[in-house]
Structure formats: structure tokens, C-alpha cells
Design a protein around this ligand. Structure first.
Ligand SMILES: Cc1cc2nc3c(=O)[nH]c(=O)nc-3n(C[C@H](O)[C@H](O)[C@H](O)COP(=O)(O)OP(=O)(O)OC[C@H]3O[C@@H](n4cnc5c(N)ncnc54)[C@H](O)[C@@H]3O)c2cc1C
Length: 336
């Protein structure tokens, strides 16, 4: 359904998917972006705990698609994106970590994991109306072609199109039952992740900067934030992700027990003793990674003016969030 030239589009979520949509749609409609947290980035998350700082969501991004590569080329040239990890390993249950080949398509953000989304917003979203600390609670149909969005502040706003970029299970809660893509949405399955942040008063000598365990293990991935570009860290600051399958299985377990199992396994696999950390925090991601994507670049109910996009449409990676958003933006631009 065509919605006219001055369509109002509301985008829910300020991660890579939401900001890409905002950037690509701002010249074609009045775009508002609603984000529940204080800033942009979503699961490309960064947390300061002086004197430490951690990327506690995505650790790095991969660039495989030509369109994504073209979009990011200026940031590679400026040094915002730098090849990382440089010394990756695979953890072994019985031996020292084993060196793994350095991938050519893998990059970390200089400064912080949310720097890319912030840069895209600052440079390419000048016409977008951003609302932070605004959680969308409900979408109510007003007329055939218009929606009312209720937020946690008790405020409401109108939109012709609503695009959800929040994880699939949360999108399913927001969308009305009769939305045409309910079944496809239900197909996408996401997994959890426990993330432990460890800060030490000294530098731990390490000949690796990133290491992989397995999905069904208390240790799935470890990154040394000090060895990422422009972090200014004089002490070791580790981000330790439990495996996704293991996190799912232990999601409701007592957090102290989860922590103990992760610490014990970290010591076994790396020799790093988390008991010696001067800073320890645990974060629990309910929806971290898409194990089973929806299998379509985006979901759209054209008649109702409702859509959904995100990494979970194509497979849980940052690049897939971008690709999902750009495919949906092209489609909506054709329709409005
Ligand atoms: C622990 C972890 C490790 C990962 N590692 C990697 C990696 O190494 N490489 C990689 O490519 N990918 C990785 N990923 C996946 C990557 O982070 C995601 O693919 C990508 O960030 C998804 O972006 P998005 O914009 O689709 O969703 P999100 O980043 O989740 O953005 C959704 C946004 O919506 C907001 N929101 C939610 N509900 C509401 C609401 N009701 N109202 C308003 N706002 C709302 C959220 O606050 C969030 O900012 C990892 C993810 C996690 C959690």
C-alpha cells in the first residue's frame, strides 16, 4: 500500500539494523528512532568500569558482502575499523591454546564496539529524530494505515510504518497477533550468552588476543580488550563469553554458580585465574545470537505498514543486521 510522500516511519531499536534503516530512509520519509537505552549500539555494546573498559557484546565484525564493504571502506581508511584479532587461538581441553589462522575479513572498532553505529548516526542520520531511554510498550492500530505507539513514559506517537529491529522473540511480543509474518517470525531462534568481564591490576602476558572454546562449554570465546585498537588500557581487561548452547542450558541457574563454572573452566583452558581479578561483572544476554534465522532478508506486512529486520533474519552477525536493514529500506523506499 502506498502511504504518500510524507510517510512517518518509526524504527524501534538503535543497533546496527535500526541505524542503517534510519540512514537509508531519512531522505524518503520522516524518520523517528526509539531506543530503550541511553545510547546507540545495541548488542555492539561497550561498558566502562574505570580504569577498565570492555566490549561486552560483539567483539569484532566480519565483512564479506560487497555493499557492506563499500559502506565501511571510509572507516577502514580512517582507522576506525582495524584488522583484529591478530593472534587468534583455539582452546584445547588437554593442551596449550592452538594458534588459528588470522582471518582476513575480521575487524575490531577503534575505541569501543559501539563506535561504528555512533559514527553512522552522526554522519548520515542528521534528519532523524532520535528518542533515547524510550521503551516501546505497545503498537495499536488507529486506522487502516496508521499506528499509535505507546512508550514507557506513557507517551504515544503516530506512524504510518513501524519497523521493529529488536530480537525476534521481543519483536513477536510487540507485533499484533494478526500480522502476516507471525509464522516466519516464530521460526527465528535465538540463543543466550553469559558474559563475564574481568579487570586485573596488572598486564597478564598473553601471546593471543582472542580465543575460541565451544558452544556447549562454559567458555565459548575470550577477548583481550587491551589488545584492541585505541583502548588506552594499561591493565588486562578480558571479556569472557560462555558458549551459546551452554548459556541456554544454564540460563536460569544461580549466577554465582554460573560464574564459578566459567572461572574454573577459564583457568583450565588458559591458566588465567579470575580469582585474581580486581574487577568482575557478569552480564546475561537473553537473546545474543541467532542460531536459526528467519531465512528472509526482512519481514513485511505491506497492508498493515509493519515490518521487522535484524541480524536474526539472515544469521546472527553484525553484517547480517546491515544487510537485512538495507534490503528492507530498498523495499520501503519503493512503496512510499
Ligand atoms: C555476547 C555477544 C557476542 C557477539 N559477538 C559477535 C561477533 O563477534 N561478531 C558479530 O558479527 N556479531 C556478534 N554478535 C551479534 C551482534 O551483536 C548482532 O548481530 C548485532 O549487534 C545485531 O544488531 P541489531 O541492530 O540487529 O540488534 P540489537 O543490537 O540488539 O539492537 C536492538 C536495539 O533495540 C533496543 N530495544 C529492545 N527492545 C526495545 C523496545 N521495546 N523499545 C525500544 N528499544 C528497544 C535495544 O536496546 C537495542 O539497542 C554478538 C552478540 C552478543 C550479544
Amino acid at each position: 500500500m502506498s502511504k504518500g510522500n510524507m510517510s512517518k516511519i518509526a524504527i524501534i531499536g538503535g543497533g546496527i539494523t535500526g541505524v542503517t534503516l534510519a540512514m537509508l530512509l531519512q531522505d524518503h520519509a520522516k524518520v523517528t528512532l526509539l531506543e530503550k537505552s541511553r545510547g546507540l549500539g545495541g548488542r555492539m555494546a561497550h561498558r566502562r568500569a574505570e580504569p577498565f573498559a570492555f566490549d561486552h557484546g560483539a567483539a569484532y565484525l566480519t565483512i564479506r558482502d560487497n555493499d557492506f564493504a563499500d559502506r565501511l571502506a571510509p572507516y577502514q581508511a580512517s582507522g576506525l575499523l582495524r584488522p583484529w584479532p591478530l593472534n587468534p587461538v583455539i582452546f584445547s581441553a588437554h593442551d596449550q591454546p592452538v594458534k588459528r589462522d588470522q582471518r582476513r575479513d575480521s575487524y575490531a572498532l577503534a575505541g569501543s564496539a559501539n563506535a561504528l553505529v555512533k559514527a553512522l548516526a552522526a554522519e548520515h542520520c542528521k534528519k532523524v529524530d532520535f528518542h533515547f531511554e524510550t521503551t516501546v510498550k505497545a503498537l495499536l492500530s488507529e486506522t487502516d494505515s496508521s499506528w499509535n505507539i505507546t512508550t514507557d513514559h506513557g507517551h504515544s506517537m503516530h506512524a504510518d510504518w513501524i519497523i521493529s529491529t529488536v530480537p525476534a522473540p521481543q519483536t513477536a511480543v510487540l507485533m499484533p497477533d494478526e500480522v502476516s509474518f507471525a509464522e516466519d517470525l516464530g521460526r527465528a531462534k535465538m540463543q543466550a550468552c553469559f558474559t563475564m568481564m574481568l579487570g586485573f591490576d596488572h598486564i597478564i602476558p598473553m601471546d593471543w588476543d582472542a580465543g575460541w572454546g565451544t558452544s556447549d562449554d562454559p567458555i565459548g570465546f575470550v577477548a583481550d580488550n587491551r589488545q584492541k585498537p585505541d583502548r588506552g588500557l594499561n591493565q588486562t581487561a578480558l571479556t569472557v563469553h560462555a558458549g551459546n548452547a551452554w548459556s541456554d542450558q544454564h540460563f536460569d541457574q544461580d549466577l554465582d554458580k554460573v560464574q564459578q563454572q566459567m572461572k574454573r573452566r577459564l583457568l583450565e583452558l588458559t591458566g588465567i585465574d579470575a580469582a585474581k581479578a580486581s574487577h568482575l561483572a557478569l552480564h546475561r544476554w537473553r537473546y545474543a545470537n541467532a542460531i536459526l534465522p528467519a531465512g528472509q532478508a526482512f519481514l513485511l506486512d505491506q497492508e498493515k505498514g509493519l515490518a521487522a529486520a535484524g541480524d536474526w533474519c539472515l544469521g546472527g552477525r553484525i553484517e547480517n543486521g546491515y544487510l537485512s536493514a538495507s534490503a528492507l529500506a530498498r523495499k520501503i523506499t519503493d512503496l512510499i
